[in-house]
Ligand binder design. Structure first.
Ligand code: NAI
Length: 728
């Protein structure tokens, strides 16, 4: 058994500690080494009268056992005085247990103003005043534990309206203090106890009052107040030696509003059973989650999508076979040169360096958009994961793990881009779930770039899925030598505040209390901002800032960066691949690992890359096929053993030829015709219709849209390379 929990050096205030539960808490704290302020004004259960006897007696009991204690006889409505007693006697205050309470039971219609006000004053206002008086001391010492005392009467309702209201008010108070206190290591939890006491002897049979001992409640309160306990913002029911934790459950609900139509009470009535149906209910644990649903609903209504489906869309269970291949609604992103410039500033470009001007001044003769701006039109897809059936995602536990970006042409400096996202794979890493999200971005139907977001959802693993995926773009190990080049750049204090204006509004990067909830000491820089820094360092070092040379980037986000820290990009050149490691200079922590950037050599245009200005939609698919062969060519060759030729036409003319060789070596894909076992001729448009599953290949064949020469039977095997493109 591990060491007993002690409170040596801690100073604890227990309000209403002259009897009942408070007395039990005070004795237990005293016995375990804490110095205890035993507060009690010694009144009757309705809040009348005063006496010092109750508090004095408990102080005596603690001292008799060798403990430290002092009495305080003020009402909790004099919150400052209680804390002053702690400071005057013991010099500090570490723990506040808000326990004092009275009852004024009346049926609601007979509840007088006094009955109402007195209950609110003692329970709710008293807890507020005492806790507020302690708060700054706790903040300064970066430690505090606060307990609020609620009641089943408030949680479930009973015949005590005034009391119920105050008791549930305490839960609301606690929920917010938990958030505000987190970053100062002040935790606030709420207990709803049941125990025999003078308060309950008026409502419980005597033998129950005897059996439900206060000593069965105190151990929970002590644990919650211990420095080792990280629980914060929780609610517990406790009594008879049993403890249970409560949380909110919310039905998946139903969207009853439709675009361009007013919402009526009849709509609500007709959906009532669905609104109230708790099957597959969600368990929101933060206001962010709650808002996320509403934002999602707004866009669903706007896009007239699946009206009537549940607002989170996700089933309560993770089911990869349902999730993989799910597509998200097409996203549209319009931007001007201002967005490109704002992004460049966001990733640390400055007019201090003259070669940055081409990214910062739209009048510059080589005005360009940084290639890593390619993540911007695609990034909102990550938020869309919340609506994917088969994924059960807690957004507060979502980490951006890795990123791959491949460019098919330089980013335009303005325009409207459309992006299509699909869940490429879902992996079970035990400690969490990895979702691979592929996003293809087009401009006027032509492919611009491809992103693969790899997101890690902490604690969502263990659903029995596979651990690895061939669809994942892998990171690369660093060469075993000192870096060939190093660039150090200091991020500014406002780097994240600036970067987020490019469209990543996650409060984690700006809101200190939100960052604290995630366990960070202050808001952190966006991982994609560090990626932007590293990419422009490489572009400067090895490509003379020529954006057309940028092919692809892959990074793993290893650790957070705080705005103001310096980023040190270490680079190793191996042919057209620049291996990259990015560190925080001040700490030496690696923040981007396994990273690389692929450049086009000055003259080359590789397979899968469209000629400038002449891009075809099918180029994107062939670039994908190339990647797939690169990753898994050996297996494919074993399975397929054939060479496929493709003739892609546009406006009736063959404009592109491809050869997919899955017969020799590790397989390959190249531009141009070769001797093929089977050759397909198809227009660029029809090719896309087929791979996206909109046109059945047989039908296309019989309609003359798809022509086949050679061994037709081999077309069956094409599936091995084309599989899943319907999910592009
Ligand atoms: P209790 O009556 O034995 O203890 C409450 C103590 O608070 C009394 O000693 C009283 O003198 C003191 N007090 C009242 N007003 C005060 C004020 N203005 N300033 C300082 N001290 C004051 O009652 P019990 O059962 O121990 O209740 C403790 C807390 O637990 C209360 O907040 C009560 O509402 C709550 N509670 C108790 C339940 C139970 O089953 N005993 C059920 C649900 C909640």
């Amino acid at each position: 058994m591990s060491a007993p929990l002690t409170f040596d050096g801690r100073v604890v205030l227990v309000t209403g500690a002259g009897g009942g539960l408070g007395r039990e808490y005070a004795l237990a704290f005293g016995q375990r080494g804490a110095a205890v302020i035993v507060n009690d004004l010694g009144g009757d259960i309705k809040g009348g009268g005063r006496s010092s006897a109750a508090a004095d007696q408990v102080v005596e009991e603690i001292r008799a056992k060798g403990g430290k204690a002092v009495a305080n006889y003020d009402s909790v409505e004099d919150g400052e005085k209680l804390i002053q007693t702690a400071l005057d006697t013991f010099g500090r205050i570490d723990i506040v247990v808000n326990n004092a309470g009275i009852l004024r039971d009346r049926s609601f219609s007979r509840t007088s103003d006094v009955d109402w006000d007195l209950i609110q004053r003692v329970h709710l206002r008293g807890s507020f005043l005492v806790t507020r008086a302690a708060w700054n001391h706790m903040k300064k010492q970066k430690f505090g534990r606060v307990i609020m005392t609620s009641s089943a009467a408030g949680i479930y309702g009973t015949g005590q309206a005034n009391y119920s209201a105050a008791k549930l008010g305490l839960l609301g108070l606690s929920n917010t203090l938990a958030i505000e206190g987190q970053k100062y290591n002040i935790h606030c939890n709420t207990v709803a106890p049941t125990a025999g006491s003078r308060l309950t002897e008026t409502v419980m049979p005597p033998d129950l009052v005897q059996s439900l001992k206060a000593e069965y409640v105190a151990p929970l309160v002590l644990w919650l107040c211990h420095e080792a306990c990280q629980e914060n913002g929780a609610l517990f029911e406790v009594g008879a030696g049993w403890i249970g934790k409560l949380r909110w459950e919310r039905s998946l609900g139903r969207i009853v509003r439709q675009k361009n139509r007013s919402m009526t009470p009849e709509d609500v009535r007709d959906s009532w059973s669905r609104i109230c149906d708790f099957s597959d209910a969600s368990k929101p644990s933060s206001i962010q989650e709650s808002l996320q649903t509403l934002v999602e609903v707004l866009s669903r209504v706007e896009e007239e999508r699946e009206i009537g489906a549940n607002p989170t869309g996700a089933s309560a269970e993770t089911n990869p076979s349902v999730a993989v291949g799910q597509t998200l609604p097409e996203m549209s992103f319009s931007y001007t040169h201002m967005n490109c410039i704002l992004y460049a500033l966001g990733v640390g470009m400055s007019t201090r360096e003259s070669d940055h001007l081409r990214f910062l001044y739209e009048g510059h003769q080589d005005f360009s958009c940084l290639p890593t701006f390619g993540v911007i039109p695609a990034q909102s897809a990550m938020m869309g994961l919340g609506s994917v059936p088969g994924l059960d995602i807690d957004f507060t536990r979502l980490l951006h793990g890795e990123q791959y970006l491949e460019m098919f042409r330089p980013m335009p400096t303005s325009g409207t881009l459309t992006s299509r996202a699909a869940v490429a794979d879902v992996l079970d890493k035990g400690s969490g779930m990895v979702i691979l999200l592929d996003v293809h971005t087009f401009s006027g139907g032509q492919p611009v770039c491809y992103n693969q977001f790899s997101v890690f959802v902490v604690g969502s693993g263990g659903f029995g899925g596979k651990r690895a995926s061939q669809k994942s773009v892998a990171t690369a190990p660093l060469p075993d030598r000192a870096p060939d080049a190093v660039i150090v750049d200091q991020t500014s204090r406002d780097q994240a505040a600036l970067y987020r204006l490019s469209g990543d509004w996650n409060p984690l990067h700006i809101d200190p209390s939100f960052a604290a909830m995630g366990g960070f000491k202050s808001p952190i820089l966006h991982g994609l901002c560090s990626l932007g820094f590293a990419a422009r360092h490489v572009l400067k070092q090895y490509a003379g800032n020529d954006v057309s040379r940028f092919k692809a980037i892959k990074v793993r986000f290893a650790k957070p960066v705080y705005p103001g820290q310096s980023l040190q990009t270490e680079m190793w050149k191996e042919a057209n691949r620049i291996h990259v490691q990015c560190k925080v200079k001040e700490s030496g922590d690696v923040v981007l690992s396994g990273a690389y950037i692929d450049l086009h050599s000055e003259a080359s245009v590789g397979p899968g890359l469209p000629q400038p200005g002449g891009g075809l939609q099918s180029d994107l698919v062939f670039a994908e096929i190339e990647r797939r062969i690169r990753d898994d060519g050996e297996q494919l060759v074993k399975k397929v053993k054939a060479v496929f030729g493709w003739e892609i036409s546009k406006d009736g003319r063959t404009v592109r030829e491809w050869t997919i060789d899955l017969k020799t070596g590790r397989g390959s894909l190249h531009r141009g015709a070769s001797e093929a076992d089977v050759t397909f001729s198809v227009s660029d448009e029809d090719f896309m219709e087929v791979v996206m599953g909109k046109l059945n290949p047989q039908k296309a064949f019989f309609a003359g849209k798809l022509k086949v020469r050679g061994n037709v039977m081999l077309s069956q095997k094409l599936e091995a390379v084309l599989k899943d493109y319907a999910k592009l």
